[in-house]
Write a protein that binds this ligand. Structure first.
Ligand code: SF4
Length: 659
C-alpha cells in the first residue's frame, strides 16, 4: 500500500487526445520525495536540452506535494514545472489554494501534459473519470471567469479549477496559472499551458489518502496547530511586520506598509521614497482597504487567513494574491485604490504580479527617454494610471508594442535595441526581480540571488534574521527559544553579528557562515516544495512550526518512509542538485549567477567571487557551478554524471573553467 501519495500519475497526450493512468515507482519517492523532487526527475529523464519551451515535447507537470491531502496544516501546494520561455531553464512555480489536495482525493499525485492540442481544451478529472473537453467557447475569457464557467458547465460547484487567461493563451512570457486565491506565476508557465492549447484543469476528488501511522501523524498535526496558535499570539519583536508573524499577514490582515513602501523601489525600480508612509497615507490606505475587503480567507486546511475577497465599485469581486497589492501601484507611483483595481484585471488576464508592473514601468521609461516613440505607442493615454491599463491590455493581446513587451524586459530590450538593455536593469537569469536597490552588499542575499533557481527571492530567504538586532539582550532573547536551527552554530553566528564594525556586512557573517546560512534556508524551501507545504508556515518566516526536526517525523508517520534528519537533508540535496543538473544541461553557468548590477551600490568583487567559490564547494559543484562526478555519485545521481560526460559538460568545464 502507498501512504500519503496515491502512487498514480495521469499522463495526458494533448496531440493525440490520449489519457493514461500510470503507476509510479515508490523508489522514486524515497529518493526524491514528491512534488518538485519527482518533477525534476521527470524533466531530467524526458525533456532533453534540445527541447524548446514551446515544443510539443516540453512537458507541463502539475504535481501535488507528497503530504498534500493529509491533515498536515497548510500542506496544499501545487508545484507546476516546465521549461520556461523566459529563462529557457526549468521553471517551478507553486500555488496554494485547494487544487493539490483535490487531485490527491481524485486518486493522482501528478498530471503530466505533453504534446499540443489542435483546439483549445480543458481537462476534467472527476475521480476515475477523466476527459479532455472542448474549450473553444472559453477562448479570451478571464482566468477566474473561466473557472466559474467550467464549474457551471460541469454542474460541479466543488470542482477546483486552475486556468489561464488571455495572457497564457497568447503565450505572454510572464503569464500565470490562476487558481482561486492563488497562482503559479513565475517563469511564464501559463504561456506553456497556452501553447499547449490547454485552457484549464478542473478536478473533483472524493476519495481518501492513506496515512501510514495515523495516531502518530495526528499528534504531530496537533503539536503544529498548538505552536501556530502560540506563535500568532506572540509576534517576534524588533522585526518588520511580515516577519513577526506566520504566512503573509501584510497582504490583507495588516495595513502597516511603511517598510515595503519605503524600502522597495518605485517606478522602473529607480525611485526610493524614504518618507512616503505618512499619517495621511496610512489613513487613506486603511479606508481604501476597509471599504474593499469583504472577508479574510485561507488556503485548504490552514487557520492563518492570508487572503481576502475584495469588492470595489465598478470592478468584479476577486481575491487578492500575495504582494500584488503593492507591485502595480509602486510601478505606477500611484495609490492603493489604483493598485486594487488594476490587480483585478491582471488576475483575470493571468499575469505574474512581480514581472508585469516592471515590464510596464520599463516601457514608460523607454518612452520618456525617447527610445520608444509615439509611433510605437499610438493612442497612449495621457493620465498616468490609464497608461498602465492601456499597456496591460496591449501586452496580454500582443498588440503593437505589447507584442514586444510580452516577452519580458530582457527579451524586449534585445528586440528594441537603441540602448534599451540599460533599462532592463533588474533581471536575474533573464527574469524580473523584486525592485530593491540597496547600499552595502549583503553577502547572504548575494548568494541567494546569484545561485537561486526558483527565480523568486521571497521563496529562497527565511529562517535566519535579515538584520542583526541592536542589543545583545535582544539577540539573547531571540535565540533562547530558537529550536528550529539545524545546528547550534547558527545561534553563535547570530549572537556575534553586529550592525556596525568588524562583525558587520560585508565581511560578517564570514564566507563560511554565509554559505551555511544560505544552504539551510534553501534546503527548507526545497523540502517544502517537495512536500507541498506553504512556505509561510515553514521556510519563509522566523521560527516556523515546520522545521528540519519535525519534518522527518511527518514523512515517516505520513508516507511510511523511514526518515531522519540526515536522510531528509540528503534527499533534498539530491533533487536540488538535479534541478541544477537540468539547468546546467541547458547551458546555465557561473556567468549567469549574478544579481542585477545596481542591486547594491557598494560591491566587493573579490569577496563575491570567494562567496561563489565556497558555496559551490559546499554544494559539491565545481568552479563553474556544475555538480562534480564525486558529488553526483554520493547523491546516487551517476546517471547525471554519465550524461554530463557524454555531452562533454564536466570535462570541459573542470579543465578550462568554462564551457
Ligand atoms: S499561511 Fe497563508 S498562504 Fe500559507 S497556506 Fe495558510 S492561508 Fe495559505
Amino acid at each position: 500500500m502507498r501512504y500519503a501519495e496515491t502512487g498514480f500519475n495521469l499522463e495526458i497526450d494533448l496531440t493525440r487526445g490520449n489519457i493514461e493512468r500510470v503507476a509510479t515507482d515508490p523508489k522514486d519517492t524515497e529518493l526524491y520525495l514528491g512534488g518538485l523532487g519527482t518533477n525534476a526527475k521527470i524533466l531530467w529523464d524526458r525533456v532533453p536540452p534540445e527541447v524548446e519551451p514551446f515544443s510539443p515535447d516540453n512537458l507541463l507537470i502539475f504535481a501535488a506535494g507528497l503530504l498534500c491531502g493529509t491533515p498536515a496544516t497548510g500542506c496544499n501546494r501545487t508545484i507546476v514545472s516546465t521549461i520556461s520561455p523566459q529563462t529557457r531553464l526549468m521553471a517551478f512555480s507553486m500555488m496554494g489554494g485547494f487544487w493539490a489536495p483535490e487531485l490527491k482525493y481524485a486518486g493522482y499525485d501528478k498530471v503530466i501534459f505533453r504534446g499540443k492540442s489542435p483546439n483549445l481544451v480543458y481537462l476534467w478529472i472527476n475521480n476515475d473519470k477523466v476527459e479532455i473537453r472542448d474549450a473553444t467557447h472559453l477562448q479570451g475569457k478571464g482566468a477566474i471567469e473561466t473557472a466559474e464557467l467550467i464549474r457551471q458547465e460541469l454542474k460541479e460547484p466543488k470542482a477546483q479549477v486552475a486556468a489561464i487567461g488571455l495572457a497564457g493563451e497568447n503565450r505572454v512570457y510572464f503569464a500565470s496559472i490562476e487558481q482561486g486565491k492563488s497562482s503559479a506565476s513565475r517563469g511564464g508557465i501559463g504561456a506553456v499551458m497556452g501553447d499547449k492549447k490547454l485552457k484549464a484543469v478542473a478536478v473533483r476528488g472524493t476519495g481518501d489518502i492513506n496515512i501510514a501511522r495515523p495516531a502518530e501523524f495526528f499528534e504531530l498535526c496537533t503539536e503544529v496547530l498548538e505552536y501556530i496558535k502560540k506563535r500568532e499570539e506572540k509576534p517576534i519583536p524588533g522585526v518588520m511586520p511580515i516577519l513577526a508573524r506566520l504566512g503573509s499577514p501584510q497582504e490583507m490582515k495588516l495595513h502597516d506598509e511603511k517598510w515595503h513602501t519605503e524600502s522597495f523601489m518605485w517606478g522602473n525600480a529607480r525611485h526610493r521614497r524614504k518618507d512616503f508612509w505618512t499619517a495621511e497615507i496610512e489613513k487613506e490606505w486603511l479606508e481604501t482597504m476597509e471599504n474593499a475587503q469583504k472577508r479574510l480567507i485561507s488556503c485548504y486546511n490552514c487557520p492563518i487567513k492570508c487572503s481576502a475577497t475584495l469588492s470595489i465599485p465598478g470592478v468584479p469581486t476577486y481575491i487578492m494574491k500575495c504582494f500584488s497589492k503593492l507591485t502595480y501601484l509602486m510601478a505606477a507611483m500611484s495609490n492603493l485604490d489604483f493598485g486594487l483595481r488594476i490587480a483585478q484585471r491582471a488576475t483575470e488576464y493571468g499575469v505574474d504580479a512581480f514581472s508585469t508592473p516592471q515590464v510596464m514601468a520599463f516601457a514608460l521609461e523607454l518612452y520618456e527617454n525617447g527610445i520608444l516613440t509615439a509611433d510605437d505607442m499610438p493612442g497612449l493615454p495621457t493620465a498616468n494610471e490609464e497608461k498602465f491599463f492601456w499597456l496591460l491590455d496591449r501586452i496580454v493581446r500582443r498588440e503593437g508594442i505589447g507584442n514586444v513587451l510580452a516577452d519580458g524586459t530582457y527579451w524586449a530590450a534585445q528586440k528594441i535595441g537603441k540602448g534599451a538593455e540599460e533599462y532592463a536593469h533588474n533581471n536575474i537569469k533573464k527574469h524580473e526581480q523584486l525592485p530593491l536597490k540597496l547600499s552595502m552588499l549583503n553577502p547572504i542575499y548575494f548568494l541567494m540571488y546569484s545561485t537561486g533557481e526558483k527565480i523568486n527571492i521571497t521563496q529562497i530567504e527565511g529562517q535566519f534574521p535579515q538584520m542583526p538586532f541592536p542589543t545583545m539582550e535582544e539577540k539573547e532573547d531571540f535565540v533562547k527559544d530558537w529550536f528550529q536551527v539545524p545546528d547550534e552554530k547558527f545561534k553563535r553566528y547570530f549572537l556575534d553579528w553586529e550592525l556596525r564594525g568588524e562583525k558587520a556586512f560585508p565581511f560578517y557573517p564570514t564566507v563560511e557562515m554565509c554559505c551555511d546560512i544560505v544552504d539551510w534556508q534553501e534546503r527548507m524551501h526545497y523540502i517544502d516544495d517537495a512536500l507541498g507545504m506553504c512556505s509561510g508556515l515553514s521556510a519563509f518566516p522566523l521560527k516556523p512550526p515546520y522545521h528540519i526536526h519535525n519534518y522527518p517525523k511527518f514523512i515517516s508517520a505520513g508516507a511510511g518512509i523511514d526518515m531522519d534528519e540526515a536522510k531528509l537533508t540528503q534527499a533534498a540535496k539530491r533533487y536540488r542538485t538535479l534541478v541544477r543538473a537540468v539547468n546546467v544541461r541547458r547551458g546555465m553557468r557561473r556567468k549567469d549567477e549574478k544579481p542585477p548590477e545596481d542591486h547594491w551600490k557598494k560591491r566587493f568583487p573579490e569577496l563575491e567571487a570567494k562567496l561563489l567559490d565556497e558555496y559551490y564547494k559546499l554544494k559539491g559543484w565545481n568552479k563553474e557551478g556544475i555538480p562534480t562526478k564525486e558529488s553526483l555519485h554520493e547523491l546516487e545521481l551517476d546517471y547525471v554524471s554519465e550524461e554530463f560526460t557524454r555531452r562533454g559538460i564536466l570535462e570541459t568545464s573542470a579543465e578550462t573553467g568554462e564551457k
